[in-house]
Write a protein that binds this ligand. Structure first.
Ligand code: UDP
Length: 233
């Protein structure tokens, strides 16, 4: 039995590319395999995909910020199409639902329809974040998790969880197993942006931060095994 009935999984764009850039077909297909396995356990899955492997609005300093954010959202759409393709290749019914209308390739996000698709066992890939500039896909992930009544938000990252200090700079840094939203805010831990963590806190949405580059971790987390850091309260 899976521990969770419905999960919102946030995948950062970096997790899809080699060295954090572009798209790696090897990585995408291993991810497709893991997601297929997670779904077999009976968990309903909606994914929110980032775009940092292609473009982040805040980093494109030469561009007008709002324009750059639209470009960033379209980057998430490219990632969503790639994920849909590998999932289909793995024999999993998957569908892209987009916050921005890209006619011909993706359906617009519609909450009631999304809930029906989830109940049918489709994996949803939610593209273009919130559809608004000046937000991030972390905030979109919290928003969609709440709209779709997911029990938990899984935030897949490159590290094993949340540490008291950057484990790359200080290998002795301690990893937290559990943190309250307040601790994340007070200690200034850069788990998610402030808008995202505040929205999660306001609606008591638990957030599990874990390493999604470690093979098998998605299935472990879905099964309720202790991986990463759980944020709640
Ligand atoms: N973005 C946006 N509104 C949203 C979500 C994303 O404008 O609701 C833009 C923003 O420029 C962001 C980019 O899309 O930098 C890619 O998303 P994000 O940086 O969250 O991707 P990740 O870091 O998770 O790969």
């Amino acid at each position: 039995m899976p521990r969770y009935r419905r999960i919102l999984l946030k995948l950062s764009g970096e997790a899809l590319g080699e060295g954090g850039q572009g798209l790696s077909w090897e990585r995408l297909s291993s991810l497709g395999g893991e997601l297929a396995e997670a779904r077999k356990r009976g968990t309903e899955l909606a994914l929110v995909v980032g775009g940092g492997n292609i473009l982040r609005g805040a980093s494109a300093k030469a561009l007008d910020r709002v324009r750059a954010d639209y470009m960033g959202m379209l980057a998430t759409f490219i990632n969503a199409l790639a994920l849909e393709e590998v999932l289909k290749q793995a024999g999993v019914p998957a569908r892209v639902l987009s916050a921005l209308s890209v006619e011909g390739v993706g359906e617009p996000f519609h909450r009631e329809r999304a809930l029906e698709y989830l109940a049918r066992g489709e994996i949803l890939i939610l593209a273009c974040g919130t559809g608004n500039p000046l937000f991030t896909t972390d905030t979109a992930a919290v928003l969609r998790a709440l709209e779709l009544r997911a029990e938990v938000l899984f935030k897949g990252t490159k590290v094993d969880g949340v540490y008291e200090e950057d484990p790359v700079k200080n290998p002795a840094a301690r990893k937290y197993d559990y943190l309250s939203y307040e601790e994340v805010l007070e200690k200034g831990l850069g788990v998610m942006d402030l808008t995202a963590i505040t929205l999660a806190r306001e609606h008591h949405l638990p957030v599990l931060v874990f390493n999604m580059l470690k093979s098998g971790n998605i299935v472990r987390a879905v099964s309720g095994e202790t991986v990463g850091t759980l944020i709640g309260g």
